[in-house]
Design a binder for this molecule. Structure first.
Ligand SMILES: NC(=O)c1ccc[n+]([C@@H]2O[C@H](COP(=O)([O-])OP(=O)(O)OC[C@H]3O[C@@H](n4cnc5c(N)ncnc54)[C@H](O)[C@@H]3O)[C@@H](O)[C@H]2O)c1
Length: 260
């Protein structure tokens, strides 16, 4: 009886929470949306890939969860404002914002056009800022949690990834600034720094020619495994939950010991 009660409490950790998840069509965002819903949250799945976001919402609904979906381009503030409005319309408010959407565009720094750098920053960093800015009024109305997905690349130089590293380091700074600014207003802001995770983003390998493989010797997990999206989603759910009530401004690595 005690065991059953405990399990019910655990599975309902996010019961009553209303979550907006970006990047929900694929990889870590899809796994996070499903995990949040599995733990009792109502989830609005948003992505540039609207059909993919819809498929994630349908998966959640098919498993008995509560989910809706819609389009967002996080690089554009009006689109972020619109998706927040849509999520509030579907869910009645927002308690959790999971900023998972992101892009990876590796290349030789001197060969990539500056517009490639600007694009990565526009999505990964400015896009995360846009979503925080658009959703904060909702989160401040009753309290809430933001979980941003940064990267181990925010904390460790990765060759041929200047834009990605810079944009993700910016996400850590954004997270800490917002955490500090809203610490007394019941909004927690944390970020996750995953190492390599098997998703469509990484499954294609490293599409850059003429690289020096020796430069990658440090960029690897020490554990003999590859991270799975569900392992990152579990941390998203913890950070989103009231169990993380004392956690804000944290950048947590989950990288198989890469940065250990
Ligand atoms: N996979 C890894 O090894 C890894 C490691 C560290 C951090 N991350 C980060 O985790 C997050 C998720 O990555 P993933 O591996 O699941 O990749 P993914 O490519 O599987 O998913 C990324 C999702 O973001 C969406 N997206 C891209 N640009 C968008 C935009 N402008 N507006 C809205 N949605 C947009 C895509 O459509 C896609 O569904 C990213 O922020 C990524 O940088 C991934």
């Amino acid at each position: 009886m005690t065991t059953a009660t405990t399990m019910t409490t655990m599975t309902a950790r996010l019961s009553g929470k209303r979550a907006l998840v970006t990047g929900a069509a694929s990889g870590i965002g899809r796994a996070s949306a499903i995990r949040l819903a599995t733990e009792g949250a109502s989830v609005h799945c948003a992505d540039l890939d609207e059909a993919g976001a819809k498929a994630t919402a349908e998966t959640i609904a098919g498993e008995g969860g509560s989910a809706s979906s819609g389009h967002v381009n996080i690089a554009e503030l009006p689109s972020c404002e619109a998706v927040v409005e849509a999520a509030v319309g579907e869910l009645g408010g927002i308690d959790v914002l999971a900023n998972v959407a992101g892009v990876l565009r590796p290349g030789h720094t001197l060969e990539q056009a500056p517009s490639e750098f600007e694009f990565s920053v526009a999505v990964n960093l400015t896009g995360t800022y846009h979503m925080c800015r658009a959703a904060l009024p909702q989160l401040l109305d009753g309290g809430g949690a933001i979980v941003n997905i940064a990267s181990a690349a925010a904390l460790q130089g990765v060759p041929y990834n200047a834009a990605y590293c810079a944009s993700k380091a910016g996400v850590v700074g954004l997270t800490r600034s917002l955490a500090s600014e809203y610490a007394r207003r019941d909004v927690r802001v944390n970020c996750i720094c995953p190492g390599g995770v098997m998703t469509p983003m990484t499954a294609a390998g490293f599409p850059v020619e003429n690289i020096d493989p020796a430069l990658f010797a440090r960029i690897a997990p020490q554990m003999p495994k590859v991270g799975q999206p569900e392992e990152i989603a579990a941390l998203v759910a913890y950070m989103a939950s009231d169990e993380a009530a004392y956690m804000t401004g944290s950048a947590v690595t989950i990288d198989g010991g890469q940065l250990a």
